[in-house]
Design a protein around this ligand. Structure first.
Ligand code: PLP
Length: 391
């Protein structure tokens, strides 16, 4: 673990800046070259080698935020996830994967791994014992996601890391939902932290990117595969990501505050059946969440009471956008069964607790009363429609 001497907001603002030596500008210049001098230099730079100046410097910010030695930036979260898995797994190896996780990751494993001869087991649950039960003699990797998408279950990061270490197994975590502001898994013994940087790191719903944070030795292994798979990010977008990340801690802390208040409001609402938010004392893993998270995050899920249609409710919203993806400064809601988990069969969804009535709420930075007013008017509209159809 290597910790920056700077505080969180200073890391976000300044670590990984490229000094504009020529014109003394306040922000990092963008280096768009795909062609760099090849002789008399130590580093052969090329965008697909993940080592242009903008990629190299922004990696320092991500590493400082995740308390890691090194980091890499990818063209998407899935590029980061798939490259990392393929870097550490080969024919005959086995991976243990948490059962409640982002649908795209599950889909990648189910659709691609058999082509490489890689075996996998999805755990029955998210307790450490569930991971232990799934380990085989050829297990090389354990992958977790906490808080999970979309049910916000909490996995014991240290528990899984300790278990894996005791058996010489590598660990990866998808830290997208928490962001490095709320959770630093490397401090709990996880080897490799992965992000869909499309989400909180970018934060404005206008950048697709991914990131990996780990040791120098693990980065070397990932890099050797990454340069062959070619999932690097354009330098213009790297620069955009650097700019966006200057406000990462400010944004995420505002989202933490809003989400906590909205979760409480929804949990007391007569038309809401269930709320899933790790910052609610009623969450079955509140104590565990508190022990490993610095903030509870901006994501929550809830179910409307029976008979209130989740799709109609989302269509009736005026301010909150019913839209895919998450973690932007604007609030969004979606139905996981139609979006992030549409690739799973309805039986698979049911088995992991995702009902068709579940709504995932990515809480933005808007004023709380405006979000509440929007929810109230949408609920009222859906109830009125229900009454009309009954008449
Ligand atoms: N991990 C999580 C938790 C996600 O929510 C997503 C996307 O929604 C991904 C990974 C994949 O990231 P990307 O869409 O940037 O490829």
């Amino acid at each position: 673990m290597s910790k920056s001497k700077y505080g969180l907001n200073t890391i976000c603002t300044h670590v990984g800046e490229i000094k504009d030596e020529q014109f003394k500008g306040a922000v990092s210049p963008i280096y768009l070259s795909t062609s760099y001098q090849f002789d008399e230099v130590d580093v052969k730079r090329y965008p697909r080698y993940f080592n242009t100046p903008n990629q190299e410097y922004l990696s320092k910010k991500i590493a400082a935020l995740e308390h890691s030695e090194a980091a890499m930036i990818f063209g998407s979260g899935m590029a980061a996830i798939s490259t990392t898995f393929l870097a550490f797994l080969k024919k005959g190896d086995h991976i243990v994967v948490q059962n409640t996780l982002y649908g795209g990751t599950s889909n990648f494993i189910k659709e691609e791994f058999h082509k490489y001869g890689i075996e996998y087991t999805f755990t029955d649950g998210y307790e450490v014992a569930d991971f232990e039960a799934a380990i085989q003699a050829n297990t090389k990797l354990i992958h977790i996601e906490t808080p999970s998408n979309p049910l916000l279950t909490i996995t014991d990061i240290k528990g899984v890391a300790d278990l894996a270490k005791s058996k010489g197994i590598l660990t990866t975590i998808d830290n997208t939902f928490a962001s490095p502001v709320n959770q630093n898994p490397i401090d709990f013994g996880i080897d490799i932290v992965i992000h869909s940087a499309t989400k909180y790191l970018a934060g404005h719903s206008d950048i697709l990117a991914g990131a990996v944070a780990c040791s120098n030795a693990h980065k070397e292994i990932i890099w050797n595969v990454a340069k062959n798979l070619g999932g690097s990010l354009s330098d213009f977008t790297v620069w955009m990501l650097e700019r966006s990340m200057k406000t990462l801690a400010l944004r995420v802390k505002a989202q933490n505050r809003n989400a906590k208040k909205l979760a409480k409001y929804l949990s007391e609402h007569e038309d809401v059946n269930k709320v899933f938010y790790p910052g609610l004392k009623s969450h079955p893993q509140y104590d565990l969440a508190k022990s490993q998270m610095k903030g509870f995050g901006g994501m929550l899920s809830f179910e409307l009471t029976e008979g209130l249609d989740a799709s109609q409710f989302q269509k009736a919203l005026k301010l909150i956008k019913p839209s895919g993806s998450l973690a932007g400064v604007e609030s969004t809601m979606l139905s996981p069964h139609k979006t992030s988990h549409a690739l799973l069969s309805s039986e698979e969804r049911k088995a992991i607790g995702i009902s068709d009535n579940l709504i995932r709420f990515s809480v933005g930075i808007e004023s709380k009363p405006d979000l509440i007013e929007d929810i109230e008017q949408a609920v009222a509209k859906v109830k009125a429609t229900k009454l009309q159809t009954q008449e």
